[in-house]
Write a protein that binds this ligand. Structure first.
Ligand code: GAR
Length: 192
């Protein structure tokens, strides 16, 4: 990927579906001088996604797409991304699966954060699965998005200890805290 000087940050869109704590964290990160990205757009499949509140607060353009017709929706999103000159996409708790065609159009420019030590626990309910399996460790992973779910090349991972007293709530909180460190670190790694 080409080098940055700080003035030419990569215009980035964040895709969310929920609370948006990673979105908020990426906004904060993007405002640091050394950050290679600026957050210019947030896209959600849900108008009730709590995380959209951060778009209002930080005056970031937001768009909601219902994804009823995937092809039609993705075409509309691609048009919007082009119009906004978006060069990079961060998925942050985005719960829709993007098509092969969409991913190809942004080949190598879409990354995702996943709450497990991939390739372990692809898909949903990762913390629940780790807890019922009695795992001693879990983690989080930032990876490139490819057409195969949660299977693209790993950029960075963080291993996290599961304590005996951990619950779904405590583990979710613990992992999210590390996600907020890992996502910016992985972005720095990509652009350096
Ligand atoms: C995060 O834990 C993220 O890793 C996970 O959703 C949560 C979103 O939290 N993503 C996935 O499970 C993707 N398959 P946030 O809305 O507070 O950033």
């Amino acid at each position: 990927m080409e080098k940055l000087t700080g003035l030419n940050k990569f215009k980035t869109a964040v895709f969310i579906s929920g609370t948006g704590s990673n979105f908020k964290n990426l906004i904060r990160f993007s405002k640091i001088k050394k950050s290679p990205i600026s957050i210019n757009l947030v896209i959600s499949n849900l108008d009730k996604a709590k995380g959209l509140i951060h778009a209002n607060k930080f005056k970031i353009k937001k768009k909601i797409f219902n994804f009823h017709n995937i092809i039609h929706t993705e075409n509309k999103i691609l048009t919007l991304l082009k119009k906004e000159k978006i060069k990079f996409i961060c998925l942050a708790g985005f719960m829709k699966i993007l098509s092969k065609n969409f991913i190809k159009r942004f080949n190598g420019k879409i990354i995702n954060i996943h709450p497990s030590l991939l390739p372990k626990y692809k898909g949903l309910n990762t913390h629940h699965r780790a807890l019922i399996n009695g795992d001693k460790f879990t983690g989080c992973t930032v990876h490139y998005v490819t057409e195969k779910l949660d299977s693209g090349k790993i950029i960075m991972q963080k291993k996290i200890k599961i304590d005996d007293k951990d619950t779904l709530i405590s583990l979710t909180k613990k992992v999210l805290k590390q996600e907020h460190k890992l996502y910016p670190a992985a972005i720095m790694k990509i652009f350096n």
